[in-house]
Structure formats: structure tokens, C-alpha cells
Ligand binder design. Structure first.
Ligand SMILES: Nc1ncnc2c1ncn2[C@@H]1O[C@H](COP(=O)(O)OP(=O)(O)OP(=O)(O)O)[C@@H](O)[C@H]1O
Ligand SMILES: [Mg+2]
Length: 243
């Protein structure tokens, strides 16, 4: 069974059609990439899937169950977690507290939530920051905190919205490694990213959005050599630098 299936998804904001007839299918264990220019509708797609926005039309199925209009909290309990493009930790609270908030999706016990949060922090090599104030973290560490909080909810499907934006090249490489490890643990990953190097290294399958519409999909090397994708998004420079 597909873990996520989207059929004919639309989202309108007033007169603006941010998503237009988007369909895609994600299989368990995949790393699935979503790319496209600024304003293409990528985050809107995540917001519809994760229950932040009600779709204006179309169907969303998670593990075969129709989830249109379900609230984010219920979706989280079903095993669907996401990170936000604009990171919003509880800034005055510790890293550990922030991750425990995620863990409370699966337990009411404070000690169990703390145990789970510490396990995730160790897994992400982030435990040394457990007592840091979230608001004092660097951007790279805030992105890591977003992932930690999402992981603490024990997702089957993890939606990552530009977790590599603003990272240095070495930090990008590290994040690519983390995401590959998550897949190794059986988590399916749906990732929005502008850093093509990362998308190419990670994804099994890529969908390209432009003005809310899917203009291409396929293996990363296929979409990167697609004329429409080069024109709409990558630019001729990419083709030259990609050889
Ligand atoms: N809550 C909202 N109300 C009105 N318009 C919105 C809202 N959210 C997004 N939009 C508009 O929908 C379109 C798609 O935005 P979205 O944030 O999904 O793009 P994106 O592909 O994630 O872009 P970026 O790469 O810059 O993050 C844009 O024109 C945006 O201005
Ligand atoms: Mg976005």
C-alpha cells in the first residue's frame, strides 16, 4: 500500500490558486523530493497534507485512509510529522523541553517523554545542547531541533520543509547523512529543498512544481535534464555546472 497518495489536490487563497490539480504517490521507505521556484506551492502542499490548511479540492490518503480536513494533532497520532520552513521553537524553553513536546504525542508520562526526547537528541548528536535555550541556537541547530521534535512523535512519514536552508556546505552534507539514516530506520521522507545537490543525493523520486502545477516528475537525474524544469527553475547555469 502507498503511504501517501494525493489525487487532484487544489488550494485557493482568495483568487490565487496556489495548488492546481496535484497528484502524487509515495511508497513506504522512499525519500521523495518536492522542488520548484519560490511561491510554487510546495509549503502549501505540506500544509494541506499536515492538516494546517483544508484543501479546496482533491483527496489525500495516508496509509489508505482519507485524511482531508483532519487536524494536525490527529495526523501526528496517525504517524505523520512535519517540520516548519520558518522554525518556531518555544524560544525561552530548553532544547530538551522542546523535544519533549513532540514526545507527548505518544505518552502522558513526563519521565517517558524525557527518556524519548533524550534518545532522539543522542541519535541526532545533539544531546550536548539539551539544556540550551532554544532561542539561543544557531539556525543550523534550530533546524536540527525541528527534526528532533518531529522525530520524538515517532512518525512513519516525515515532511521536511527546507531543513537545509541557511546551512553551510559541511552542515548540508551532515544533514543529508541524517536523513539517509532516518530512512534506514524505516521512516519515509517527503522533502522540500532548494539545494539541488542535496535533492540529487537524497531522492528516489522528485516532483517539480511551478505555479501550483506539477510540471515534471521522475528520478532526480531525469527531472534535472528536463527542459521545462531547466526553464522554470534550474536555469541554464545548472546545466552547465552539472556538465
Ligand atoms: N496563508 C496564505 N494566504 C494567502 N496566500 C498564501 C498563503 N500561503 C501561501 N500563499 C501563497 O501561495 C503561493 C504558494 O506559496 P508557498 O508558500 O506554498 O510556496 P513555496 O513553493 O513553499 O515557496 P518557497 O520556496 O518560497 O518557500 C504563493 O503565491 C504564496 O504567496
Ligand atoms: Mg515554502
Amino acid at each position: 500500500m502507498n503511504i501517501l497518495e494525493i489525487r487532484g489536490l487544489h488550494k485557493d487563497f482568495g483568487g490565487l490558486r496556489a495548488l492546481n490539480d496535484l497528484s502524487l504517490t509515495i511508497e513506504p521507505g522512499q525519500i521523495f523530493g518536492l522542488i520548484g521556484p519560490n511561491g510554487a506551492g510546495k509549503s502549501t502542499a505540506f500544509n494541506c497534507i499536515a492538516g494546517v490548511y483544508a484543501p479546496s479540492g482533491g483527496e489525500i490518503y495516508f496509509n489508505g485512509v482519507r485524511i482531508n480536513g483532519e487536524r494536525p494533532w490527529n495526523l501526528c497520532k496517525r504517524g505523520l510529522a512535519r517540520t516548519f520552513q520558518i522554525v518556531k521553537p518555544f524560544a525561552t524553553k530548553s532544547v530538551l523541553y522542546n523535544v519533549m513536546v513532540g514526545a507527548f504525542a505518544r505518552t502522558n508520562s513526563r519521565s517517558e517523554a524525557e527518556r524519548k526526547a533524550l534518545e532522539v537528541l543522542e541519535y541526532l548528536h545533539f544531546e550536548k545542547h539539551r539544556n540550551s535555550r532554544a532561542g539561543n541556537l544557531t539556525i543550523a541547530d534550530r533546524k536540527r531541533l525541528e527534526i528532533a521534535r518531529a522525530l520524538a512523535t515517532e512518525p512513519q512519514l516525515l515532511l521536511l520543509d527546507e531543513v537545509m536552508a541557511g546551512l553551510r556546505p559541511s552542515e548540508v552534507d551532515e544533514m543529508v547523512g541524517v536523513i539517509q539514516q532516518l530512512r534506514g530506520r524505516g521512516i519515509t521522507i517527503f522533502v522540500i529543498e532548494h539545494i539541488m545537490r542535496a535533492i540529487m543525493a537524497l531522492s528516489d523520486h522528485v516532483v517539480v512544481l511551478h505555479f501550483g502545477q506539477k510540471i515534471a516528475e521522475g528520478a532526480p537525474h531525469q527531472v534535472a535534464s528536463d527542459e521545462r524544469v531547466i526553464k522554470a527553475y534550474l536555469g541554464d547555469e545548472y546545466v552547465i555546472s552539472a556538465g
